[in-house]
Design a protein. Structure first.
Length: 119
């Protein structure tokens, strides 16, 4: 299965109850993908605005790390109107505001920059 096919397969599973596992699998896939493979990823029909933005930001971040342009469809995903933080704890919000990767910040999603790092 190609990266583009696997990406679509995973995106179709985002309707499941536990999207965190699917997003982690997508992140692993994109981390291993080459620049041309990332450029070839097609838009996935994701109805939930948060998940659509999260996936678009992951693709943009992967493209940036490979030194390629993200697929054009990512620019068509409208950023969230309100910020979403990875944790409800107010004490961590300043950290998340500073450490979130740029593609996530542009989409009003604030996560730790070490997303995807493995122990």
């Amino acid at each position: 299965m190609t990266v583009a096919e696997e990406f679509q397969r995973l995106a179709s599973q985002l309707r499941d109850e536990q999207p965190a596992y699917i997003l982690a699998e997508m992140n692993d896939l994109l981390t291993k993908a080459s620049g041309p493979e990332i450029e070839g990823v097609s838009a996935a029909p994701i109805a939930d605005p948060y998940l659509a933005n999260y996936v678009a930001a992951m693709v943009e971040q992967a493209a940036h790390l490979r030194g390629v342009r993200p697929p054009l469809w990512t620019s068509g995903v409208a950023p969230l109107a309100r910020p979403v933080f990875a944790t409800p704890w107010m004490s961590l919000r300043a950290h998340l505001l500073l450490e979130s990767p740029v593609p996530f910040r542009r989409r009003n999603i604030f996560i730790d920059a070490t997303i995807g790092d493995r122990v």
